[in-house]
Design a protein around this ligand. Structure first.
Ligand code: PEP
Ligand code: MG
Length: 592
């Protein structure tokens, strides 16, 4: 009998294949001593494992580089360097020689010792460095214990459905994505950063399945449906047929994409809606354009720093920004300054382990405290303004002071560029993301210092409802249609309009048809979303009348519960849209 588990859709598409259980944990190492005669052989065994791990890491780095680019590939450097570190090599050899320990036990002890030292000496704890150390322990110990590398998907030569309790951005990059057909996890949410990577790589993914990693077994047949958020284990004939039908529908849809991409984004009654893309990596720019994006409403820049052992230099950043600007010669490109913290930690920053990272040292707070990091980025973005309509966007702003500080830094950096004779556009625009209730309530003040607002609904929902966006258990409570959210959206749109500045939305809500309908009804006419959703949303735009959206939004603003809000929207859209196109999303949007 088939087993059907429902979670949350995280990356669209549908895939079928065999389960690969990814158990990414440090294995238990038995305490073993060796005899004197075995000492040299055991040291050799350690070096062999080290060489093997180094080779594997370099291979994965090379394939990551060709797939995602040199920046993403650097995520492996810290581990490669650690394998060459004399503190690791000599310490392990000494334990083997002097304490007569097996290679695995000696290596484990040495790594635990280093971990304890880092805890002590580099307080606040260097989270990323510890993650790298643990990743390396997992790899080398698996080898020494004669087990397969847990990330080694290529064993069968076929693609697999990766099932895990959860992933991290670095673990997601470490997987050989060419062999990943789909991903299903116990935890995580659509806005987890690894899920964004899966979307960029077009790998169907379902998150928040609760206990799929304990229910699924290695090699079991599975279907992952990233559109409706479902995994079917051991599918029966009926489910297989549904899968085939859905897959066919999707391929028809794929053929339609280029046609839709070329169409105008205008409602039936003539309202133009600007559709832009969210990018996590510069390499996505072309796909985004091919899917009909006229600009980039959110270019997340954290890929430049997460998993890196040193700060990216200005030139490298400039090249990435310029590449995106030059891909969108006709539209604006909103480059968001580093949004670090939360669940994104670069190792060179020594970010502290915090009890509430999403309420902690995050985004603009980090940048203002790290002027060297921030100034380098601001300079690189300013340089990119010479190559297109590049705008600067500041995340997690709470008050005017923060904007003023950014302006002061920008003025200094712009003056420096001018003195050095480096080109930039002196009329550059600076705006803020509205991501907290503080910013939404204080929008009128913020507007006086901003050229535009971009509402980050992923965070605005989390902070308004006090629901951690990464907490699977709370996924049902994470509701962008809560009246408190709707009212804030309305308030920000109204204030922006009164101040004469553009208000756009770049949170996931814009890619949800009901969400997009509501936003248009609130007179938010620029929407930015993960680029695979663009054609669907354009289809929606072309199928509706802005007057209907406005009238539904008015009703939604008077609604008492999120269910009522959704009902107003569903009624307003009526049958103007082919529901089957959005089938999965409707159930997603209806809580309870
Ligand atoms: C948001 O918060 O809505 C947003 C777009 O930013 P991120 O998802 O990167 O936090
Ligand atoms: Mg955000």
């Amino acid at each position: 009998m088939s087993i059907i588990l429902d979670g949350s859709p995280a990356s669209e598409g549908i895939a079928s294949g065999r389960v690969f259980l990814l158990e990414w944990g440090v294995p238990v190492v038995p305490h073993e001593s060796i005899t004197d005669e075995l000492v040299d052989a055991e040291i050799r065994r350690f070096h062999d494992a080290r060489a093997w791990a180094s080779e594997r890491l370099k291979e994965t780095k090379a394939s990551t580089e060709s797939r995602l680019g040199p920046v993403e590939a650097r995520i492996f450097d810290p581990q490669i360097l650690m394998l060459e570190d004399s503190a690791v090599i000599e310490g392990t050899a000494r334990y083997i020689r002097e304490n007569r320990l097996s290679a695995q036990r000696a290596f484990e002890l040495r790594m635990l010792e280093l971990r304890a030292m880092w805890h002590r000496t580099s307080h606040p704890m260097v989270l990323d460095r510890l993650n790298d150390l643990e990743d390396l322990m997992i790899r080398v110990l698996h080898r020494l214990l004669d087990r397969n590398d847990p990330t080694d998907l290529a064993t069968s030569g076929e693609g697999v459905i990766v099932v895990a309790s959860n992933l991290t951005p670095s673990l997601a990059v470490q997987l050989d994505l060419e062999h990943v057909l789909g991903i299903a996890t116990d935890a995580g949410t659509r806005t987890s950063h690894w899920a964004m990577l899966a979307r960029s790589a077009k790998i169907p993914a379902v998150v928040g399945l609760g206990n799929v990693s304990t229910i699924a077994t290695e090699g079991q047949e599975a279907i992952v449906d990233g559109r409706i958020g479902r995994i079917v284990l051991e599918p029966e004939q009926g489910e297989r047929s549904i899968f085939e039908i859905r897959q066919k529908k999707l391929s028809v849809w794929e053929d339609e994409i280029s046609v839709i991409a070329a169409m105008e984004s205008v409602t039936k009654d003539g309202q133009y809606i600007e559709l832009r893309a969210n990018l996590d990596l510069p390499g996505e720019a072309k796909d985004a354009r091919d899917h009909g994006a006229v600009g980039v409403g959110l270019f997340r820049t954290e890929f430049l720093v997460v998993g890196r052992s040193s700060m990216p230099d200005g030139e490298e950043q400039f090249q990435a920004y310029r590449h995106v600007a030059e891909t969108f010669t006709k539209g604006a490109v909103y480059i968001r300054t580093f949004d670090l913290g939360g669940d994104k930690f670069p190792m060179f920053l020594n970010m502290p382990e915090e009890p509430n990272p999403f309420l902690g040292w995050r985004a603009i707070r980090v940048c203002l405290d790290e002027p060297e990091l921030f100034r380098t980025q601001l300079r690189a973005i300013l340089r990119a303004t010479a190559y297109g309509d590049v705008r600067l966007m500041i995340p997690l702003v709470n008050d005017v002071d923060e904007i003023r500080q950014v302006h002061a830094l920008l003025e200094e950096e712009a003056a420096r560029l001018a003195t050095e004779g480096v080109a930039y556009n002196a009329g550059f625009k600076v705006g803020v993301m509205i991501e907290t209730p503080a910013a939404a309530l204080d929008a009128a003040e913020l507007a006086r210092y901003s050229d535009f607002f971009s509402i980050g609904t992923n965070d605005l929902v989390q902070y308004t409802l006090a629901v951690d966006r990464t907490n699977t258990r709370l996924a049902k409570l994470y509701n962008p249609f809560h009246p408190a959210v709707v009212r804030q959206l309305h308030q920000v749109a109204r204030v922006g309009r009164a101040a004469g500045i553009e208000v756009s939305v770049c949170g996931e809500m814009a890619s949800n048809p009901l969400g997009a309908f509501l936003l248009m009804g609130l007179d938010i006419t620029a929407l930015s979303m993960a680029w695979p959703s663009l054609p669907e949303i354009k289809k929606l735009v072309r199928a509706i009348r802005i007057e209907d959206a406005r009238s539904s939004a008015r009703d939604a603003l008077a609604a008492a519960t999120s269910r009522d809000v959704i009902e107003c929207l569903v009624k307003g859209i009526g049958d103007s849209v082919d529901l089957s196109v959005f089938s999965g999303r409707w159930s997603l949007s209806l809580p309870g």
